[in-house]
Design a protein. Structure first.
Length: 328
């Protein structure tokens, strides 16, 4: 009995040490990650259309998180209008015969409509106020002190132009980048392989960076923005994404493609590793500037949806162009 208790204590201490070094609750993160993988694969195996609807759903949740996060800094984005514009952009990109034209037109129209809605600053109900209050109650006081929006006089009043600028940034961050997740499903007749490249490779890269950084990380990549990021973690991200890209290519394409385009997974590995890490740093910088720790709380062990998809969104345009340019 004593031996079992000692073993349980040592296991708990080891898990706590890993959690502290990675900055995550690893058991929760692994369980949540497994559920997400099963959900995405199930959608891909059942229907590509179902996967598109899943992307739309995740972007809707991500927009709500951004709505709350910006509201903690006194910035308003018209989330209902953004929901409609995002869904219309993603679905039009997929279902239209001219995918690029549809995406371009929808994004441009979204910028105009969202700018007008943001300048009106219309809100509905008290749900956002309750969400902001809950967010602030769980926010570290030190993070608020370091925020650009921390003022001795209390909440600062923003101009309409600030609300419009943040809202237009959101259009470029969510609908535009998410459209690059949808676009590869429409060309070269390999939608499942392309979806796996777009979604799972950045996630695999993040996992490689997490483990390499936790066990080998000594040289900080950007200590001011993200103290846990290291150059060793970046190398792990590149290596894992490269291995994953080779695996996808091996399972999808014939030997003729292997011979002529063996270098594509190498390029993809570097692109995904670097762009994904840059996406994480951009999100960390945004959170630090606003004064929050996580974008949300919907995904146990991962924070919010935006905490999970930030690297995926930043990788999307690079991987999309690579797949299209190489005819993969």
């Amino acid at each position: 009995m004593e031996h079992q208790e000692q073993l349980e204590k040592e296991t708990e201490e080891a898990i706590n040490a890993i959690n502290k070094k990675t900055g995550r609750n690893m058991p929760q993160a692994i369980a949540t990650g497994a559920v997400l993988v099963i959900l995405i694969l199930a959608c891909l195996l059942i229907s590509i259309d179902l996967f598109v609807y899943l992307v739309v759903l995740f972007m809707v949740l991500a927009l709500w998180e951004l709505h709350v996060d910006f509201a903690t800094a006194g910035l308003h984005i018209p989330v209902a209008v953004l929901w409609v514009c995002s869904a219309a952009t993603l679905l039009s990109t997929y279902y239209s015969e001219r995918h690029i034209v549809a995406m371009t037109v929808c994004v441009l129209v979204s910028l105009v409509v969202v700018a007008i809605a943001a300048s009106a600053k219309v809100t509905f109900g008290s749900r956002i106020s309750l969400a902001v209050a809950d967010k602030l109650s769980h926010t570290d006081a030190g993070a608020r002190l370091e925020s650009s929006f921390n003022h001795e006089q209390g909440e600062v009043s923003h101009s309409r132009l600030s609300h419009v600028a943040v809202s237009m940034f959101t259009v470029l961050y969510i609908p535009l980048l998410a459209s690059c997740l949808i676009m590869p499903l429409t060309f070269n007749d390999h939608p499942v392989a392309h979806a796996i490249m777009m979604v799972f490779m950045p996630a695999l890269s993040d996992t490689g960076g997490l483990f390499a950084g936790a066990w080998l990380g000594k040289h900080k990549l950007s200590p001011r923005i993200s103290p846990k990021k290291s150059w060793e973690g970046l190398a792990g991200s590149i290596l894992f994404s490269m291995i994953g890209s080779f695996a996808v290519m091996f399972c999808t394409y014939g030997s003729d493609v292997w011979i002529s385009r063996w270098w594509v997974p190498v390029v993809a590995g570097f692109m995904i590793g670097i762009a994904g890490t840059f996406g994480d740093l951009c999100a960390s910088m945004l959170k630090r500037d606003i004064g929050i720790k996580d974008m949300g709380h919907l995904l146990k062990g991962h924070g919010g949806v935006m905490d999970r998809v930030d690297s995926i969104l930043l990788c999307a345009p690079f991987v999309c162009v690579l797949l299209w340019a190489t005819g993969m």
